[in-house]
Design a protein around this ligand. Structure first.
Ligand SMILES: *Cc1c(COP(=O)(O)O)cnc(C)c1O
Length: 708
């Protein structure tokens, strides 16, 4: 939002002197710059809190008087002027990593397509790791100056707002996003109305309203089908992420891929590389091929060009993560499309067939793999697993020669670093550490942080977590009149001085959230040890259609309100980005125990480790690369019983004794040593910066040059 007239319409109370806050509030740049968040907080602390850290909402809701007093406060204005000039300079920077190292001349943007984006809790357009990876990717591309235009959905009903019944069963409350109070803007057409695009080749027609999120320099266009022009079924296409209805799911993916392409065309945005984040948006490839055929190319030549400029990232070996659409539905929606590609039905469907399961349907991953020139998994191990899984697509090749590479995921460091830790790093790693954070050399100075300072900062963060959980539980108690059992289970009895394990992730069965309850007596002894107690904080949502996941959740909830466990198990409702921030920063130990090799990468453990929270994890995903013997604990997967025993053994023999081994001043020096190793090993190697640079070096770079 650049036009001051629009800003004035949206924020009629905002004084001219600080009108720049309007533009700033609509660019998520503020979310990863603590000084920008501080600026909003300075205006009015309670209002900032009340808005759940959403400046658009805050600026709309607070009285003019308060804004005027900020506009007359010299101290505030000084911060304002400094920050706004930094904001404008960074966004307009001519010189950045990308222009200095990759492409000096202006080049066409990469088009990035994803079904979900995890950017901030005010935008509930994510379900889990896939979304946060996409969000962190965009933020990092903005930081590095890589030209990217992204496309996705606006889900007005988000994923789901979780509420746990007193018997532990997950329910959800319907909650519709207030579009006008979120950091998203309408995209306008020439007539000054919101741009509405008709998705081609779908009948009855589907129209999407176009919205934009500014992620630093990266525009993310979002499609919203909930508009009057659409019939009721079509209005619901973008209502929620990952609907269980297969036909609606197919229609979502048609809108995402084909509609997404149409939006870029309508906006006149040409792109170089197409990056597909998972198979959901892969229908975009069809449109690229079709458009080239309109220019006179044969299907083969057009497909060849499209392959040469497409990168596809596969994210999971879990079968439910790969959409397969039955042929009758493909016929229903695509039979008019087949001839446009010069293909008959068989040849078209062949593009999406799994050679070993040809009758199953049209497999989006198989299709994306066939139609893209570069493909990757998201950790070294996942690369191996994906090569094995998809070897049937390359029957003439040996498994190790299957052309699926790997680029290990990373996290956007400025987003996931706790502000207090950031200040500590500024002091000991140098003021410029963040600018150069993918340089492993920078992290050596973590050893220079005095143990006491690190530990004190950390304890402060941990207390903040406990307070945050109590506050959330209090709110539920007061506003929803929940049962006292919910209050206990929600974490009211947590103790900040106790060794605290965090386990927060989606409740998919393979993640085995309840593994630590395998031997109840042994666990109880650890929790209830009077001198060296243990507590565990759980959070996470089960997919609304996943009753197995809900049963696991219920089991844990029932332990949380069972007095035998001493109030030392907590289940915190409604895991979202905000709770994730508090948890990855403030627990002592991050636990991860999926069934290997199902965790393709995992990123929450990286977020924790960056902040000095060591990882206790099964050797799977990123931890196979991340574990170095000094920065946490690891065990091999060997079935539920053995894996649970590995966890108990490590806790009893190594972790608990180390944590409670205090010197005369109450300092656990040996524990702090592990915290430091965790930070040192994560900051550079598992940063989104390292990851994005790898995408540039391995693919973006090459494709940028081959663009016609
Ligand atoms: C990072 C993150 C995830 C992904 O965590 P995994 O370790 O990959 O399961 C999911 N949800 C939220 C809210 C996150 O911040």
């Amino acid at each position: 939002m650049n036009h001051s007239k629009e800003i004035k319409d949206v924020f009629p109370n905002l004084p001219e002197r600080i009108i720049g806050l309007g533009e700033l509030s609509y660019n998520l740049w503020w979310s990863w710059h603590p000084a920008a968040r501080m600026l909003f907080k300075m205006i009015d602390r309670p209002a900032w809190k009340e808005s759940v850290h959403n400046p658009v909402r805050m600026l709309r809701e607070i009285p003019r008087k308060i804004l005027e007093s900020a506009a007359n406060n010299p101290d505030f204005l000084q911060h304002y002027d400094t920050l706004l000039s930094r904001f404008h300079n960074e966004l307009k920077a001519k010189s950045c990593w990308f222009t200095e190292n990759v492409a000096a001349a202006e080049c066409l943007p990469v088009a990035y397509f994803s079904a979900e984006y995890g950017l901030h809790h005010s935008l509930p357009f994510y379900a889990g790791g896939l979304g946060f990876l996409a969000g962190d990717h965009l933020k990092e591309c903005s930081d590095l100056g890589i030209p990217v235009t992204a496309v996705g959905f606006m889900y007005p009903e988000g994923y789901l707002r979780q509420k746990i019944r007193v018997d532990g069963w997950q329910e959800h409350a319907d909650e519709v996003l207030d579009r006008d109070a979120a950091p998203i803007e309408r995209v306008f057409n020439k007539e000054g109305q919101q741009l509405i695009v008709k998705v081609p080749f779908i009948d009855p027609p589907v129209h999407v309203a176009v919205w934009k999120v500014s992620v630093g320099n990266v525009p993310l266009y979002l499609m919203d089908t909930d508009i009057e022009l659409n019939d009721p079924w079509n209005r619901l296409i973008s209502a929620r992420l990952y609907t269980g209805d297969i036909e609606q799911r197919l229609r979502q993916e048609i809108v995402l891929g084909i509609g997404g392409r149409e939006i870029l065309d309508t906006l006149g945005i040409r792109h170089s590389v197409l990056h597909l984040n998972e198979g959901h948006p892969a229908f975009a490839l069809l449109e690229k091929v079709r458009e080239r055929m309109e220019d006179g190319l044969s299907f083969e030549d057009a497909a060849g060009q499209v392959r040469a400029t497409t990168v596809f990232t596969t994210h999971t070996p879990v079968p439910a993560g790969h959409d397969v659409f039955p042929f009758h539905l493909m016929d229903k929606y695509f039979s008019s499309y087949y001839p446009m590609l010069g293909l008959d039905r068989d040849a078209f469907l062949q593009m999406g067939i799994h050679p070993e399961k040809p009758a199953e349907g049209f497999n989006m991953t198989a299709f994306a793999l066939r139609m893209s020139g570069y493909h990757n998994g998201v950790s070294k191990k996942h690369g191996e697993v994906a090569r094995k899984m998809w070897q049937p697509l390359w029957p003439e090749l040996k498994e190790e020669d299957v052309p699926i590479d790997s680029i290990t995921n990373g996290i956007h460091v400025p987003t996931w670093i706790e502000p207090k830790m950031e200040l500590l790093f500024n002091k000991y790693l140098g003021q410029d550490w963040l600018k150069d954070h993918d340089n492993p050399g920078i992290w050596k100075s973590v050893d220079d942080i005095p143990d006491k300072e690190l530990w004190q900062a950390y304890i402060w963060v941990k207390i903040k977590l406990v307070n945050f959980i109590r506050e959330r539980t209090r709110k539920r108690w007061v506003e929803d009149r929940t049962s006292p059992l919910n209050v206990v289970a929600g974490g009211t009895l947590l103790d900040p001085m106790t060794l605290t394990i965090g386990f927060a992730r989606r409740f998919a069965s393979y993640k085995r959230a309840d593994l630590i309850f395998h031997d109840l007596e042994r666990l109880k002894k650890l929790l209830n040890n009077r001198w060296r107690p243990l507590q565990i904080i759980f959070a996470g949502k089960a997919h609304p259609a996943d009753d197995d996941g809900k049963r696991i959740l219920q089991r844990i909830f029932n332990f949380a309100d069972n007095p035998d466990f001493g109030g030392r198990i907590a289940f915190v409702e409604n895991y979202d980005e905000q709770l994730a921030q508090y948890m990855v920063h403030g627990v002592d130990l991050w636990l991860n125990n999926p069934v290997p090799p199902m965790e393709a990468s995992g990123t929450s453990g990286m977020k924790a480790a960056l902040n000095g929270v060591p990882h206790l994890s099964i050797l799977d995903g990123w931890w196979i690369e991340g574990y170095n013997g000094k920065n946490g604990w690891a065990f091999e997967g060997n079935g539920d019983k053995s894996d649970a025993e590995s966890i108990y053994n490590l806790l009893e023999q190594k972790i608990i004794p180390l944590y409670y081994n205090l010197d005369d001043n109450g300092m656990p020096h040996n524990w702090v040593k592990i915290m430091k190793e965790a930070i040192k090993n994560t900051g550079a190697g598992f940063s989104a910066r390292r990851m994005v640079k790898e995408y540039v070096a391995k693919f973006y770079h090459k494709a940028l040059k081959s663009v016609v």
